[in-house]
Design a protein around this ligand. Structure first.
Ligand SMILES: NC(=O)c1ccc[n+]([C@@H]2O[C@H](COP(=O)([O-])OP(=O)(O)OC[C@H]3O[C@@H](n4cnc5c(N)ncnc54)[C@H](OP(=O)(O)O)[C@@H]3O)[C@@H](O)[C@H]2O)c1
Length: 290
């Protein structure tokens, strides 16, 4: 099966590499072209533009940072729309809002192409291990045709119905995760300042009802003040912002998420946008400011 892949960031690189290793023929494109080199060493071809990739492949997957990037790759010069046509499928796995996804769907289907949104739950390591959870919505036929690729990239794919449902599900999940991260960070600081051992707190948490892989994975590095980017903080803040907008639309009051968004914004303004989202801990434990 020949697939195109647009966007070779932390996630896209790992996902496209798994497709190559599983025997797919992959044509890649990335805004910063040099990031294609490692994939080429593993057998990928390069497309000069998103349009060139679409022209070559029946199916193209995108994994881009945010709504602006997802729209730019479709609508701008050399973009997806220039070559999408009847019989070609476009699967956008980026985390965006439902409106962005619907705009892309409308433009692609107008040209005869078919569209699926398929954001993912899971981070760098699950992407490398092919263990993502895929939240797909849109064209059912394309969903079924994409299953061999989803089986390589993920451990489970959900089909959620009409375009927008995948985006919304992903935003709800990440809103919960962002709020949990802030509560966890505050707990670590409170333990420390009140004279408790933070590692003991991690041990206690891990044995109880709120034990989870995120606390287990991020806790030790947060204690060390070490935040190698698996999920960049700027993307987590984007997801909080988009989830809050979804709350606005549906008149859902979300004071916990709103406060968490502020914490991530502050962390961004302190220069932690490209660090892992757990770097929000730097904001919590900064004695001078809070
Ligand atoms: N990392 C995670 O744990 C994780 C987990 C689940 C979902 N996600 C979501 O998956 C998506 C990708 O995340 P990531 O962690 O891989 O991000 P990343 O490492 O920051 O990569 C972002 C990708 O988007 C490209 N891009 C950014 N702006 C662009 C533009 N205007 N035009 C064209 N390309 C553009 C970047 O190209 P350049 O290389 O040229 O900058 C890069 O390929 C995001 O929506 C994120 O929220 C991430």
């Amino acid at each position: 099966m020949e697939v195109g892949f647009l966007g070779l960031g932390i996630m896209g690189k790992a996902m496209s590499m798994n497709l190559l290793k599983a025997g797919f023929k992959v044509t890649v494109w990335n805004r910063t072209l040099s990031k294609c080199e490692e994939l080429v060493e593993h057998g990928a071809s390069i497309g000069e533009t998103p349009a060139a990739v679409i022209k070559k492949c029946k199916y193209t997957i995108a994994m881009l940072s945010d709504p602006a990037a997802a729209l730019s790759v479709v609508f701008d010069k050399g973009g997806v729309l220039e070559e999408i046509c009847s019989g070609k499928g476009y699967v956008d796995m980026s985390t965006v809002d439902a409106t962005t996804s619907s705009q892309i769907n409308e433009a692609i289907t107008k040209k005869g192409g078919y569209f699926l949104e398929a954001p993912v739950s899971g981070s760098k390591k699950p992407a490398e291990d092919g263990q993502l959870v895929i939240l797909a919505a849109g064209d059912k036929t394309l969903y079924e045709e994409a299953i061999p690729a989803f089986d390589v990239m993920g451990k489970k794919a959900f089909y959620l119905g009409e375009v927008g449902n995948g985006a919304k599900m992903k935003l709800v999940v990440n809103m919960i995760m962002g709020s949990m991260m802030n509560a966890f960070s505050e707990g670590l600081v409170l333990a420390d300042r009140s004279g408790l051992n933070q590692q003991t707190l991690l041990d206690v948490l891990d044995l109880g009802a709120i034990s989870n892989p995120m606390f287990r994975l991020k806790g030790p590095t947060m204690i060390e003040g070490n935040y190698p980017p698996a999920f960049p903080l700027k993307h987590q803040q984007k997801d909080m912002r988009l989830a809050l907008a979804l709350g606005d639309e549906n008149a859902v009051s979300m004071p916990v998420a709103a406060a968490s968004n502020e914490a991530f914004k502050t962390a961004r303004s302190l220069g932690h946008g490209d660090s892992d989202f757990s770097a929000v801990h730097e904001r919590t434990r900064d004695r001078r400011r809070f």
